[in-house]
Design a protein around this ligand. Structure first.
Ligand code: SF4
Length: 289
């Protein structure tokens, strides 16, 4: 007698899980304005000409990284300066920066490194990328990503996350924000220092090259990370609904949103405005600056 074939139970259909990888810029843009999130991170709209400040910042970051690689290689301070300058000149050849701007950036990098030459920082990791599961439940998996300028062992303090910031304006840095919180959360290093490279012509080195230390308490980071999950879920919801409202209260913050000229026009003219003043840039990459 033939055996009855085993009856198979219909497979239980599992709801598919949403998986998102995001860095702190994503977190911030979701909190700032859903329409900005769409234009910047989904449509990849970029100004037709790359902003000078971004390219200058990139140049400063890459030359500082080269200096700290030299320290890792146990090179002298003079050799590190040389490597930093050569790096700056090479990468500037692929940028739209004028010679004056390049020379100014090199000058400030040199001054900054001279000013801090005795700091004793021992580079542990330079331009370190990270990718870590931030949150996971039945419906969503959130992966937090980023790239950290430098992790250094500082005498009498210990391992510290370092972020280089170049700017023409003096800023007071504090823990309230997503970038440094994300670094502290991802690395488990509670201390973050902003290494400021000021471009102000009238200020003395001690005022231009300040270092701001922040300490993240575990309880504070826990609250931050729990609330970020809410924001990311909201961002995913906007995307699923294909609904990106404008947050008009954010347009003038931080020197003004780069998309103001689009949002100021009437809805029927916005596509035209985008096509003449913006280009579709490369997709967001968590490991590029
Ligand atoms: S200009 Fe205002 S409304 Fe438009 S994307 Fe920027 S923040 Fe949003």
């Amino acid at each position: 007698m033939q055996e009855e074939p085993e009856k198979l139970e219909p497979e239980k259909t599992k709801p598919s899980k949403t998986i998102v990888a995001m860095d702190s810029q994503w977190f911030t843009v979701i909190q700032t304005c859903p329409q900005k999130m769409k234009m910047e991170f989904i449509d990849h709209l970029r100004p037709g000409v790359k902003a000078e400040a971004l390219e200058k910042g990139d140049l400063v970051h890459q030359s500082l990284a080269e200096y700290y690689r030299n320290r890792q290689d146990k090179g002298t301070h003079a050799a590190g300066l040389e490597r930093a300058i050569v790096k700056a000149r090479i990468i500037s050849s692929e940028m739209d920066l004028s010679l004056d701007i390049v020379e100014e950036a090199i000058f400030q990098v040199k001054e900054c490194l001279e000013f801090h030459r005795g700091d004793g920082w021992i580079p542990l990791e330079i331009e370190r990328p990270f990718s870590k599961v931030f949150f996971e439940d039945e419906e969503i998996k959130i992966i937090s990503t980023g790239i950290i300028d430098l992790i250094a062992d500082i005498p009498n303090i210990g391992p510290t996350v370092i972020d280089h910031k170049s700017s023409k304006r003096s800023t007071n840095y504090g823990i309230l924000g997503n970038q440094f919180s994300n670094y502290a959360w991802a690395t488990g290093v509670s201390r973050v220092i902003v290494n400021q490279i000021g471009f102000q012509k009238t200020l003395k080195p001690a005022e231009r090259f300040k270092r701001y230390q922040m300490n993240f308490a575990a309880a504070w980071l826990k609250e931050w990370s729990e609330e970020i999950v809410y924001w990311v879920k909201l961002g995913v919801w906007y995307q699923k609904q294909d609904f990106y409202p404008h947050n008009w209260s954010s347009c003038n913050n931080f020197g003004g949103c780069i998309f103001k000229r689009i949002c100021e026009t009437t809805p029927d003219a916005r596509e035209w405005k985008k096509s003449v003043e913006f280009v579709e840039g490369v997709a967001w990459d968590p490991y590029s600056k």
